[in-house]
Design a protein around this ligand. Structure first.
Ligand code: SER
Length: 591
């Protein structure tokens, strides 16, 4: 069976049962600061699980791009991945346990033809949040599953979500394939992790919302959220044990082989798999319509780590320059029919990978020499925090990268000490960052301050019109005009610029006070403030808020009220560098 066939079989099965197909949402969540990436198919559906009505109705099905970094250290074995696709079907307060379990049973046994006796299931054992799920167990039993294949577990195993810290969640029933292996012991079961039971599908009965105080509040709705790991299912239907042996990875593996002039064989499985997984994930992050460039914060930093780790493995195998971009081209070719955005954003993907390679290659070699020296001279089998920090600060080695190197020398890294130094470093650079921002202003005149305030309003408006991937990349403000660079990977259309102008002028007409408050960075983030200099900020930051229009971490100075700004006008929009647009704008005083 091909990958396309499996995706289609799943979607068609549910479409025939009244579901509407929804396209995969962005890998970078919109309007949700609780997670960095979309980690499950339910993520884009959170508002609808909470009660908003979905335009396509109450039954939905999708194949969603997902990324999870929790298992990043396991990547290199046969099954773990960072990026993956998730097949899922949803009932938004429509059908519930009986139908959901019935659909899963039918799809697995009738469509995928998995013998029913090879399937085990788990149900929620019950606790103070929700009762024991005897209902699901009975449904499974009525479908012919014997008692010894129905297991009960607590919250750790049989409760899913929320995806971030808050949001919809609930007890689940999970479906496992039983491999032909003896029990590992008297407690062998789906939860023991010995490999006899492999999870196929998770059906979550989402009747709760976890609030910020950790309480599980009934939603008053009976939603179903299911997720089937696509790559895992694909291995399964083709009878192979490793995702890297499927057509999804074959062309990527072949390309690595060609570029490194080596064979994919057991002694280099790990390196090949890490390169293949990480560059597939990087291609999807960069190639998303909300794609972001490598950086030292948030998604950009995860991306940077994925790229740098791949680069090191490729370098060890003597791959030529630009190999990462060449591998990305293979990923794009393989997936572009299903995810056309990859092709649309190809230039950004390629340029970003080559640029990151150029930056990192300059420091990798000298950094490796120093790292080797440090690692050969460690005390008590642990690399000192100061050394790990120097490798980060001077050579751009992410902590995990250093930890991986350390493992090769059989030593550990003082990670706690590293985090402490990192925090201190942020504190120190805070003053510098504010200077840097002030440096973006040519003086403290009232005109400059007003244009600076207009710049905040414009950034907020740009994010409203173009999405939250738009971040400030630089600014230069004089009493006459503002020049402002933002991350965005295509031309901003005239209609979009007009919309931005309109929003800024509405904010000016609203005449709201420009309020400044000092608060801890975490609080600032939680309040939804955007931070233009990311990790360069220290613990206590200044946040400038302009009513509902803008909320941003910044050093100032600003106008006192948006009403004093005059009329905002964008003069020009142009490319500044790859993935960065430059906008010039003025404030016109009509009177
Ligand atoms: N949200 C659940 C999961 O990720 C079901 O899709 O497992």
């Amino acid at each position: 069976m091909t990958a396309n066939e499996l995706r289609r079989l799943y979607i068609d099965f549910f479409v025939k049962r009244g579901h509407k197909e929804i396209p995969s949402a962005s890998l970078i969540p919109e309007n949700d600061p609780s997670v960095l990436f979309t980690t499950a198919g339910m993520h884009p559906l959170v508002p609808y699980l909470m009660g908003e009505s979905h335009p396509l109705g109450q039954r939905l099905v999708s194949c969603q791009k997902c990324l999870r970094t929790g298992d990043i250290d396991e990547v290199g074995d046969a099954t773990h991945l960072t990026f993956f696709e998730m097949l899922g079907n949803w009932s938004l307060n429509d059908y519930f346990k009986k139908e959901s379990i019935g659909f899963s049973h039918e799809f697995l046994t009738q469509v995928l033809k998995i013998p029913q006796e090879k399937i085990a299931v788990t149900c929620f054992a019950g606790d103070e949040s929700a009762p024991r799920d005897t209902e699901s167990a009975k449904i499974w039993g009525d479908l012919g599953y014997p008692k010894e294949h129905i297991f009960f577990y607590g919250k750790k195993e049989n409760w899913w979500g929320p995806a971030g810290t808050t949001g919809p969640c609930g007890p689940d029933t999970e479906i496992f394939y039983i491999h032909d292996k003896p029990d590992c012991g008297p407690n062998c079961g789906p939860a023991c992790g010995c490999g006899k039971y492999v999870e196929i599908w998770n059906n979550v009965f989402m009747e709760f919302n976890k609030d910020k105080d950790g309480n599980y509040i009934p939603l008053g709705r009976h939603n179903v959220d299911t997720g089937l790991g696509f790559e895992r299912a694909f291995c399964f239907v083709n009878g192979v044990s490793s995702v890297y042996d499927t057509e999804l990875f074959k062309p990527i593996i072949d390309k690595i082989s060609e570029l490194t002039n080596t064979k994919y064989e057991p002694n280099n499985y790990k390196a090949y798999r890490i390169i293949a997984d990480h560059l597939r994930a990087s291609t999807f992050i960069l190639g998303d319509d909300r794609g972001i460039a490598p950086s030292n914060v948030d998604q950009g930093y995860i991306l940077r780590r994925l790229i740098r780790r791949s680069y090191r493995y490729l370098t060890q195998m003597n791959a030529p320059a630009n190999s990462m971009a060449n591998i990305a081209k293979v990923v794009i070719e393989k997936y572009k029919d299903i995810y056309p955005e990859l092709e649309r954003n190809q230039e950004f993907v390629i340029n970003s990978l080559n640029r990151e390679e150029e930056i990192f290659s300059r420091t990798l070699e000298s950094g490796m020499k120093i790292a080797k020296k440090y690692l050969e001279n460690v005390q008590n089998n642990q690399l000192a925090a100061a050394d790990a920090f120097r490798l980060y600060d001077t050579f751009g080695f992410p902590l995990e990268f250093t930890q991986e190197l350390a493992t090769e020398y059989g030593v550990s890294v003082d990670a706690d000490g590293f985090h402490k130094l990192y925090a201190e470093h942020q504190e120190k650079s805070r003053a510098g960052a504010e200077q840097k921002f002030k440096g973006g202003l040519s003086d403290d005149s009232i005109e400059t301050r007003r244009l600076h305030t207009a710049a905040h309003l414009m950034l907020a408006a740009l994010r409203r019109v173009l999405g939250d991937s738009v971040m400030q990349k630089g600014s230069n403000i004089t009493p006459e005009r503002l020049r402002f660079d933002v991350s965005f990977n295509r031309r901003i259309e005239p209609a979009e610029l007009a919309e931005v102008e309109k929003i800024v002028n509405e904010a000016i007409a609203d005449a709201v006070p420009v309020e400044c408050k000092e608060m801890p960075l975490d609080e600032a983030r939680a309040s939804g403030a955007i931070g233009v200099f990311g990790d360069k900020y220290g613990e206590i930051v200044k946040v400038y808020k302009m009513g509902k229009w803008s909320n941003e971490i910044c050093g100032g100075p600003h106008a006192n009220n948006t009403g004093e700004l005059g009329r905002f006008k964008i003069l020009k929009e142009e490319s500044s560098s790859a993935g960065v647009r430059r906008i010039k704008a003025v404030l016109v005083q009509d009177k």
